[in-house]
Design a protein around this ligand. Structure first.
Ligand SMILES: C[S@@+](CC[C@H](N)C(=O)[O-])C[C@H]1O[C@@H](n2cnc3c(N)ncnc32)[C@H](O)[C@@H]1O
Length: 452
């Protein structure tokens, strides 16, 4: 371990989790950005994770608490800034937990995202594949079509705070601006704050998920039960004043969604096909990102005419493939998503080419005999990846696998399995749908080698 700190800790404090926290302040040099976007310094006291710092910088920091194999530390002073440091464009940056990297200049930011993909490929033993990596697809500021805002009200007489959570805290930032989400969603914050200041009790908390769909804004309130006629009237007034398309609520994240008001039909449009997505249904976070993923998927299946779309959701890829003449077997565990996909598909001339199946692909992945029907498999699993399904794919003869991932770590694990099973990585397209965050999405196209 490098001796990087200005001085050794003379005292240590107990972080409350059995691991003594080094005393500070410490002067350290940032070596790299970690996967979460924090600067990392290796010091005599251990590894420090330092939000809002940049590689190459010398910073004075205060260690705060244990985290994983090290400690979180707060920047007290940037002693020697890196040339890639820039003034963050959002007034809430630094406090708001929504963005991690607005202080990093654009080129360096894009380079870091691409480097994250290269690191994932290296972990998968695919470092030789650099020549198949496409340039990072960027999505512009203000293009996110969904945001979940937290709301909290202090004790008696306390004001409502509405926004994202404060970095590393359960407190709420009272947002006045956000450069990431669509301006129509940001414009909803004042009427939403009015509603919550009328309806949220002292000490109360709630969530508001706002989605911009074709038809307008779709709002889902979580944890704010309308009990009386007055509550319902207030919600109706809010929906009118804010010109919402739809308003729904649920008791908590696991409870059923109850519609309160539909003023206009709402749907997502997947490549020209309207899908009546449910209020909490999965959607790619931006239209631009969705288009980039779709283009890479269509390109990746390389003309295959019979395709399995695994983890299909409401049909982000299934419907565009169907429209391009492909026969699609679409599988997901979510009955609501499959219902709207099936309904949208049934209205198309190509309806007969779409089959939908509800299935848990973690516990019951498609087996080799089932996979044998397909010329290509598209899979877009949740962050956990698709280990069981990929293990089955590695042992089958499907010529093409197109893997859409929102987690480079589980992608690396699954890509290794595919490579071991005889697949060659032909193309990988990184897509930055979560601007200024550490998240990265990608589409990877694999083709089975002639011989395993
Ligand atoms: C990242 S989303 C992708 C959805 C869709 N491909 C899209 O782009 O809109 C992951 C999907 O996996 C589904 N899912 C999660 N766990 C699953 C499981 N164990 N078996 C099958 N589907 C699952 C979710 O319902 C969700 O639709």
């Amino acid at each position: 371990m490098k001796q990087n700190s200005r001085r050794s800790p003379s005292r240590i404090r107990d972080g409350g989790r059995g691991k003594p926290v080094p005393d500070g302040p410490l002067d350290v040099r940032i070596e790299r950005l970690g996967d979460g976007g924090d600067g990392i310094a290796e010091t005599a006291c251990g590894r420090l994770y330092i939000p809002l710092s940049l590689p190459g910088e010398r910073v004075r920091v205060q260690p705060l608490r244990p985290r994983g194999d090290g400690f979180v530390a707060r920047v007290v002073d940037v002693l020697v800034p890196d040339g890639a440091r820039q003034p963050p464009p959002c007034p809430h940056f630094g406090v708001c937990g929504g963005c991690a990297l607005q202080h990093l200049a654009d080129d360096a930011y894009a380079g870091w995202k691409t480097a994250r993909l290269m690191a994932a490929l290296a972990r998968a033993g695919l470092d030789g594949a650099a020549d198949v990596v496409a340039p990072l697809v960027r999505t512009p500021p203000g293009s996110r079509r969904r945001a979940t805002f937290a709301a909290s009200r202090g004790g008696a007489g306390g004001a409502v705070r509405l926004g994202f959570q404060v970095r590393e805290s359960h407190e709420v930032v009272d947002l006045t601006a956000c450069l990431v989400v669509d301006p129509m969603i940001v414009a909803l914050l004042p009427p939403l704050r009015w509603l919550l200041s009328e309806a949220l009790p002292a000490g109360g908390r709630a969530l508001a998920t706002v989605t911009l769909l074709d038809g307008g804004l779709d709002v889902l309130l979580t944890g704010m039960a309308p009990r009386s006629l007055t509550d319902h009237e207030r919600l109706a007034r809010f929906a009118e004043a804010a010109d919402l398309a739809r308003l729904s609520w649920r008791q908590d994240a696991n409870a059923a969604v109850e519609p309160l008001l539909t003023r206009r039909p709402t749907c997502a449009i997947f490549d020209g096909v309207a899908v009546a997505v449910p209020p909490a249904g999965f959607l790619q976070p931006s239209l631009a990102g969705e288009a980039a993923l779709r283009a890479a998927v269509v390109d990746g299946i390389a003309g295959a005419t019979v395709v399995a779309d695994l983890f299909c959701g409401s049909g982000t890829f299934a419907l565009p493939l169907l429209q391009r003449g492909v026969r699609v077997h679409a599988i997901d565990a979510d009955a609501g998503a499959l219902a709207v996909l099936s309904a949208a598909g049934s209205r198309l001339a190509a309806a007969a080419r779409l089959d939908c199946e509800r299935r848990d692909l973690f516990t019951r992945p498609l087996a080799a005999a089932e996979l044998a029907h397909f010329a290509a498999v598209v899979l877009d699993p949740p962050r956990a990846g698709a280990r069981a399904q990929v293990a089955a794919l590695a042992d089958c003869e499907v010529p093409v696998v197109v893997y859409v991932s929102c987690n480079p770590a589980t992608f690396a694990r699954d890509a290794r399995l595919l490579a071991n099973g005889g697949y060659r990585l032909e193309r990988v397209t990184p897509v930055d749908q979560f601007l200024w965050s550490p998240h990265l999405e990608l589409v990877a196209a694999f083709r089975r080698r002639a011989e395993k």
